[in-house]
Design a protein around this ligand. Structure first.
Ligand code: FES
Length: 162
């Protein structure tokens, strides 16, 4: 379920003037702004109401675009910055290490259901690159070794708040 307040969701929708032609941008922004990392039923209903569309139409759009998700994808959804500053410095290292250490590609869930990772736009930690974000927690200045340590800690339940 989204952690955004109704006002925060409405701000995102109004940023695009509740324009149905902007529905993809609206849905992407709502999904990535939420720590949950997916669009829950309430969010989809809100978008449908504000854009004067049916919920069925909004669900069709969510289903069509693989970047959009309508259910939790894994216990830990690891978000990797894919904006230019990170992409042209250490971002590729993070993606490569996650693929190597988790054995899955971006947007795929590990067989144990614990992990999925994907890129998102800048989340304001550019000066601490390489970075990842899980829910609202940022892990910074990562190396291949510390990524491995973090994954082990998550498997061991060392971050109960995540
Ligand atoms: S560009 Fe990567 S966190 Fe800002």
């Amino acid at each position: 379920m989204t952690n955004l307040t109704l006002d925060q969701q409405l701000d995102i929708i109004e940023k695009y003037d509740a324009n149905p032609e902007q529905i993809l941008n609206i849905l992407v922004d709502l999904q990535f702004a939420s720590a949950a990392g997916y669009l829950d039923d309430g969010t989809i209903k809100l978008v449908a109401d504000c854009l004067h569309l049916t919920q069925t139409r909004v669900f069709e759009i969510v289903s069509f675009y693989s970047i959009l998700k309508d259910r939790p994808q894994a216990k830990y959804v690891i978000k990797v910055c894919n904006s230019s500053p990170c992409r042209f410095s250490h971002g590729p290292l993070v993606f490569a290490e996650l693929e190597k250490q988790l054995g899955v590609k971006e947007y795929q869930t590990t067989a144990d259901g614990l992990f999925m990772y994907h890129g998102i736009p800048c989340f304001g930690a550019c000066d601490r690159d390489p970075v990842i974000k899980i829910k609202d927690t940022v892990f910074d200045q990562l190396t291949a070794e510390t990524i491995g340590e973090l994954l082990t800690a998550l498997r061991n339940g060392d971050y109960p708040e995540l």
